[in-house]
Design a protein around this ligand. Structure first.
Ligand SMILES: Cc1ncc(COP(=O)(O)O)c(C=O)c1O
Length: 414
């Protein structure tokens, strides 16, 4: 089927949850994708932060080829070879001590919320009500399942489904005063993304992260870091929290972990894990042998091929190139981000730039209406940054010739 036929069939058969771009991708190699007409695209999105080793990486293919004929699924009622091997790597890298495997980011958040509530119950003083409240951040995104959505601030995602899980309160991101004001004895966990992703690539401040740690310790609550988008190497360290010298009690991971196969993880400390017992939480598919074997290959490849030093070096270069676009384009307010989690804040909606970039063969995405988000594969080269920046430059100019920047932005520019 060609693009038109697929789009027609989907329009008739699928729930209309996505407004897809009109491209039918057929294959990928490294940092490039090809559509059904054989057109090549440079990928600066990696399937929303998933394909960190690009497409068709030999180590990932080898792990799939080795494991697929042996055992795809066995359920969590039995042992297989890879969960403990993967947990060993993740705990060593993070300094945390226990792991639970699931299928997605949202599911890792669901499990983290349940873990926080179970931990609070275990530690409730005799006769007193267990702490239950989750402090989440304004501008946060934690997923689309009911619990994760309750901790997601963006109104357009949550309001159509209210009432959601009770007990979530939002704190102004990076406001220590607001956090202090709301962090009372009812709080069992504070949940934050060290670098907000969907919210527009906003890093936490070291002061705020440290305050969250300090207040969680003072109240006996848990600090939960959602590193589903910013973790596992995206910022140039294995985990974003490692940049801040603050270790969370619970860490939620997913996206790149199994390089395109669905796999999420919750990592935690020994004393927190003690709140769980058989039957309290589970999943049929989570942590299956194929996904775990691939995740092991992913982590081993990051180490063997020194991929994170590429993220740091090329990330810095990329950021400089984005900074250089600002004086050239009235629609660009600023560049920001860490490692290969980068963004251009526009002062106009970004939709037209995304369309124009795609037409020129560059895959990017727009989040929060006005933020162009770049999550390229970790293996991207400086040359591919140059190639993409040229296309982006062109796309910005084309969109600017169509869209008039808002008066405030024009005034600032003049
Ligand atoms: C920070 C963060 N948390 C949670 C999620 C939800 O993950 P998933 O879409 O795998 O359920 C996402 C997805 O974009 C995310 O970026």
């Amino acid at each position: 089927m060609n693009l038109e036929a697929v789009a027609r069939a989907e329009a008739k058969l699928l729930l209309p949850t996505y407004d897809r771009k009109r491209v039918l991708f057929r294959r990928g190699q490294g940092c490039y994708l090809w559509d059904d007409c054989g057109r090549r695209y440079l990928d600066w999105l990696s399937g929303i932060g998933v394909c960190a080793l690009g497409y068709n990486h030999p180590a990932i293919l080898a792990a799939i080829r080795q494991q697929a004929p042996r055992l795809l699924h066995i359920s969590n009622l039995f042992y297989h070879d890879y969960q403990s091997a993967l947990a060993e790597r993740l705990t060593k890298l993070s300094g945390l001590e226990r792991a639970f495997f699931c299928n997605s980011g949202s599911e890792a958040i669901e499990g983290s919320i349940k873990l926080a509530r179970a931990y609070a119950r275990l530690h409730a003083k005799n006769g007193s009500k267990a702490a239950w409240r989750i402090l989440a951040m304004e501008n946060s995104f934690h997923g689309r399942t009911a619990g994760a959505l309750a901790a997601t601030a963006t109104k357009k995602y949550r309001e159509p489904f209210e009432p959601l899980l009770p007990g979530v309160r939002f704190v102004k991101f990076n406001s220590v005063a607001d956090l202090e004001k709301k962090f009372d004895g009812s709080v069992c966990a504070v949940l934050l993304e060290p670098v907000q992703g969907e919210g527009g690539i906003n890093p936490v401040t070291p002061e705020f992260f440290a305050a969250a740690r300090r207040l969680a310790d003072k109240r006996g609550a848990l600090l939960v870091a959602d590193e589903i988008q910013c973790g596992l190497g995206r910022t140039g360290d294995y985990f974003a929290f490692q940049k801040f010298g603050v270790t969370p009690d619970v860490l939620a991971l997913a996206k790149p972990l199994a390089s395109g196969l669905p796999l999420g993880a919750i990592l935690t400390r020994e004393h927190v894990a003690a709140a769980m017992k058989p039957g309290l939480h589970g999943t049929t598919f989570g942590g299956g042998p194929l996904a775990c074997a691939v995740a092991i290959a992913f982590l081993d490849t990051l180490r063997r091929e020194k991929v994170l030093s590429n993220v740091r070096r090329v990330g810095k270069y990329f950021r400089e190139k984005l900074d250089a676009l600002k004086p050239k384009h009235p629609s660009v307010a600023e560049a920001r981000g860490i490692g290969l989690m980068l963004a251009l804040q526009l002062n106009v909606p970004g939709k037209d730039v995304v369309e124009a970039a795609l037409a020129h063969g560059l895959v990017i995405n727009c989040t929060h209406d006005t933020v162009l988000r770049f999550l390229p594969p970790f293996i991207i080269t400086e040359k591919q940054v140059d190639e993409g920046v040229k296309l982006l430059d062109q796309a910005l100019s084309e969109a600017e010739s169509k869209v008039k920047p808002q008066p405030a932005a024009v005034a600032k520019k003049l």
